[in-house]
Design a protein around this ligand. Structure first.
Ligand SMILES: [Zn+2]
Length: 74
């Protein structure tokens, strides 16, 4: 959980399950939650895909919106 001692890292990342294209020249990937097939094929080049993981920034849009609304009230 939150055991990090590094204060420099402000951008929180989370690891998600993805499927990525096996073709090294193709950068296509899909979130695992959007895949219904057992073995999906690449939507761009139709190559086989393999299960992998990817680090993505945590979305903080909800927090931002609250902040803006708080400012407008003033
Ligand atoms: Zn591909």
């Amino acid at each position: 959980m939150s055991t990090s001692t590094s204060e420099a890292q402000t951008q929180e990342m989370k690891e998600i399950q993805i499927w990525k294209c096996k073709d090294s020249e193709c950068n296509a990937w899909i979130r695992d939650e959007f895949v219904t097939e057992a073995a999906p094929s690449c939507p761009l080049c139709s190559s086989m895909m393999e299960q992998s993981k990817k680090q993505v920034p945590l979305a903080v849009k909800k927090v931002r919106k609250t902040f803006i609304m708080g400012k407008r009230r003033f």
